[in-house]
Design a protein around this ligand. Structure first.
Ligand code: MG
Length: 261
């Protein structure tokens, strides 16, 4: 099931996206009663997807990032993959929805894309054992962990580099019925493929990351874990059109603009 958050006629709702993603014109969104973190009912309201504006599928309390989780990317960054996952936080104010724009801040001369598979937590959870990970995950979506690479290097820690407003495009919806080990991520910039890798290339699996993160901090419904980016990261420039596709989930389109001076 694909769960979206959307706005139509000044109302905001969650809904279920039905139809064939190979033919976007067939897609509709069926509004639900309440929120998707508990059992819900569909309502009688259904809209063509083209008639609504998709919003970020969740408003996370926190976004947990994982660094260097693909060996090829760790090497392109000049190191080896870490034995223990490197964890960082992105502020919730980084999140933007599908078709919105990443704003390049004037403080950085080197903003880069990082296409990633994002895990959406569905339950309040702590110290999740590996056999119960599927119970606490609501589903999966696409993300771009946008990073000011020059500031990441010069600051020595990552809060500013990862934390500018608009630095986490998220969506287009949450797919709740996929096997996380079967997922794959692809990033395109201006129609050219720049990153492509299966989840099976991860150093630490998605399940292991949920176990690891929940051993440190309580996970809250709507929290997002960004599972790391594969090799091929590169710069974003004013006017770029970017998409992050997670096979079996969907495609997240967004744009890049320079900050108004
Ligand atoms: Mg990343």
């Amino acid at each position: 099931m694909r769960i979206a958050r959307f706005t139509v006629a000044d109302q905001i709702a969650y809904g279920v996206v039905d139809g064939d993603t190979d033919d976007m014109s067939t897609l509709t969104v069926n509004a639900i009663d309440g929120h998707p973190f508990a059992p819900f009912e569909r309502t009688s309201a259904r809209f063509p997807l083209s008639d609504v504006r998709l919003l970020p599928p969740v408003l996370p309390n926190k976004l947990i990032g994982i660094g260097k989780n693909y060996a090829d990317h760790a090497r392109e960054m000049g190191g080896e993959p870490p034995a223990t996952p490197i964890m960082f936080l992105k502020p919730s104010t980084t999140v933007i929805g599908p078709n919105e724009s990443v704003v390049l801040p004037e403080q950085s001369q080197q903003v880069e894309f990082e296409g990633e598979i994002a895990v959406v937590i569905g339950r309040l959870s702590r110290e999740v054992p590996s056999e119960r990970v599927s119970e606490v995950v609501l589903g999966y979506t696409c993300a771009n962990d946008v990073t000011a690479r020059d500031l990441q290097r010069s600051d020595g820690q990552w809060t500013r580099a990862k934390g500018f407003d608009t630095f986490c495009p998220l969506g287009p919806w949450i797919e709740t019925e996929v096997d996380p080990d079967s997922l794959a991520v692809r990033t395109e910039v201006n129609g050219e493929t720049r990153q492509s890798a299966p989840a099976s290339d991860m150093v630490h699996s998605i399940a292991d990351l949920v176990v690891f993160a929940s051993s440190v901090m309580t996970l809250i419904p709507g929290d997002v874990i960004l599972t790391g980016t594969p090799a091929g990261v590169g710069p974003l420039n004013d006017g770029d059109r970017v998409s992050v596709t997670v096979a079996g989930v969907g495609r997240l389109d967004h744009r890049v603009v320079v900050a108004a001076g």
